[in-house]
Design a protein around this ligand. Structure first.
Ligand SMILES: NC(=O)c1ccc[n+]([C@@H]2O[C@H](COP(=O)([O-])OP(=O)(O)OC[C@H]3O[C@@H](n4cnc5c(N)ncnc54)[C@H](OP(=O)(O)O)[C@@H]3O)[C@@H](O)[C@H]2O)c1
Length: 261
């Protein structure tokens, strides 16, 4: 690194818990300095402090509410003010939205679009140019296995938003390839995090057997392997891969019946 040039960091959104904290742990163990984003400052600082002590890295906290337009610009400005440059971006922040569209207050839907669609795209738009100039960089967009399932009632906005992030990521992967920047969309299935509690505990409130659940550490490890290899999509876990194939091969009507069941 040239003297005076910005220090490279891995920027992880939604790093105060769950899959985002799993990414932070995995990246710190690989020696990356971190910039961590979420709304709740106390858990964010706890993750940062623990990883600094365990791995001797620097972990910067940039508390922000990504539902607020302008937050991505403030995050980029926060990096620049600290003399940091993101060499790796994980767009992970998100939440579930159970319920029929008109039963949920508009503010929740607006936040869904801001946090899981607008903010990831804006962060790519802000941070990718420096990666292109350096001819290196990694971007991971955390979509969902649900992005690969047929549309259905009750997942009226969450599923399309995750599909949008997947499609955006695939296109951006193609756009970044000639510039040496790797882009991967990750489609986790059921993962043992605070996701369902944050959504009110009722997202897909089916009794899912324990063996079907992934751990955040496994999701993060699979995603980091995939982005290192510049694979456009990563579906962590054998069962989730089989689900994705089944829905791809099933006729549309059968697919819709399967997802309702
Ligand atoms: N768990 C699953 O089964 C599963 C499956 C597929 C995909 N996913 C996706 O994985 C990602 C991570 O979810 P998770 O399962 O790890 O859930 P989680 O444990 O609830 O973590 C969600 C993270 O997003 C952050 N976040 C939420 N709203 C935010 C906002 N407005 N501004 C900034 N940060 C915000 C939360 O931090 P604060 O509350 O501190 O802001 C938290 O750090 C999400 O995009 C989710 O859609 C999860």
């Amino acid at each position: 690194m040239a003297p005076g040039s910005p220090r490279p960091v891995a920027l992880v959104t939604g790093a105060s818990s769950g899959i985002g904290a799993g990414f932070a742990r995995a990246l710190a163990a690989r020696g990356h300095d971190l910039a961590l984003v979420a709304r709740r400052e106390a858990p964010l600082r706890e993750v940062a402090g623990t990883l600094e002590r365990a791995h001797g890295i620097r972990a910067h906290c940039l508390p922000a509410d990504l539902a607020r337009p302008g937050a991505p610009e403030e995050i980029a400005a926060g990096l620049a003010a600290r003399g940091l440059a993101a060499c790796l971006l994980v767009n992970n922040a998100g939440f579930g939205v159970p319920g029929m569209l008109c039963d949920v207050p508009w503010e929740r839907h607006r936040a869904t679009i801001e946090v899981m669609a607008a903010a990831p795209v804006r962060l790519c738009h802000l941070l990718a140019p420096a990666m292109m100039a350096a001819r290196s960089g990694r971007i991971v967009n955390v979509s969902s296995l649900s992005a690969l399932l047929p549309p259905h009632a009750g997942g009226t906005l969450y599923y399309p938003v995750k599909s949008f992030l997947l499609q955006f990521s695939l296109a951006f992967h193609a756009e970044m390839r000639p510039h040496g920047v790797h882009v991967t969309a990750v489609c986790p299935g059921f993962t043992a995090t605070g996701f369902r509690a944050a959504a009110g505990g009722t997202v897909e409130s089916v009794a899912v057997p324990r063996w079907l659940w992934s751990e955040p550490a496994d999701v993060a490890a699979a995603a980091l392997r995939a982005v290192a290899a510049n694979r456009p999509v990563c579906i962590p876990g054998l069962f989730n891969k089989m689900v994705a194939v089944a829905f791809k091969l099933a006729p549309a009507a059968l697919g819709r019946r399967m997802v309702r069941g």
